[in-house]
Design a protein around this ligand. Sequence first.
Ligand code: SF4
Length: 468
Amino acid sequence: MARKYLIETYGCQMNVHDSERMAGLLEQAGFEPAQDAADADVVVINTCSVRERAEEKLYTRLGELRVLAAEQGHDPIVAVAGCVAQQEGQAIFKRAPGVADVVVGTQAIRRLPMLVEQAAAKKGTGVVLPGSSHSGRSGGAGHKKTPVPFFLDLNAYDDVTWPLGVTRRSDPVKAYVTIIEGCNEFCSFCVVPYTRGHERMRAKADILAEVREAAVSGHCEVQLLGQIVNHYAAPDDPACDFASLLGAIHDIDGIERIRFASPHPRHVTPDFLDAMARLPKICRHLHLPVQSGSTRVLESMRRRYTRELYLELVASIRDRLPDVALSTDMIVGFPGESDADFEETMSLTAAVGYHSMFSFKYSERPNTLAEKRLPDDVPEDVKTRRIMALQALQRDIQTSLHERMVGKEVAVLVDAASRRRATELSGRTSTNVVVNLPGSAEWIGQTVPVRIERAGPHSVWGQPCRSK
Ligand code: SF4
């Protein structure tokens, strides 16, 4: 019987894609997917540390795995990957002794199968070894684990190539393709430069080959990933920036929609907006993280633009791309944020009219400039009051934007069956609005015209303009 793996993923699309890569590596090493931890020989916890309590979530999960081992005698190899692994390193072995076997940093995931085998070999009698049976292994609840060496040195892994044919894509419609790893911006609140390292560009030839491969395997939408996608500069083609990369991807047969996350406001160029205007496969959606509406706070965040410059940029985008939907990220309660600063966040939100927003209460992240230099001085109850006010405003804006769609016909790329009803599907418009519709599962992967009948704050409902 084949050995089995389970990957539990927390966090952003980058982590989801890393999990797809790790799944592919483990399958190449002979593992098959498991349904749950009780059925798995290897459990990988792919962690995120962008928000508070990520570490707590990890240790809670490790505690649950310890209980599984103690009560059911099932003691899989446990590997911790992702940003918390990068950030905590050896501390994970100390804080959860006897649970984690492997800690693997964000830039070393291709070593995962080797580390898993090393951990298996250290487990003593009856451990998983290549070719052994799933049911035949017995780690035992009480056995003492000897953690294997881990790989965390970000600078030791500048290689951002990735072999074709390995990634096990979890979405039948949308393919994630990484174009940039890491970030050099060092915004004062952000842990990413410390967990994912400095910015490294992937070769244009590799990116195009992966997009072609995704198209051949039936993925009609590609989502390009990078911390600042619009900073792209091809290492193998000095003339290729992000705008020309979009043009090259646009030419690939089988790709119908192109998305990307995330551009940085200060790297939006006229060429980039021209490419969006010119190339119809590029979705009419731009995620433009602002983080605060106050210039004073933006400066303290080291975002390198002002409220005024951001609003000018929004105006020029709307001028060039009148049908584009904007979304953003917002932080409330950043150190030193006054009531007046927060009111600027509220007024900017109302002025821009975002189609969606990821909003968070500020929390200190390890190693960041804000953690080292700025006291976390906005009381928790004030942060809570502010986030509730901001989210209420955003909900009203979204509802009103969605209500404007009622009665209109939109093109929906169907991407999933609804979790709520067997006969319901869901998909997205080019502007990234979630549309629920009745239909057949055969439509997944097809673009369907839908007349919108009803709107809510998070999605809309409609009837397909073709028979089922
Ligand atoms: S641009 Fe700023 S917020 Fe975005 S990943 Fe880089 S440091 Fe973090």
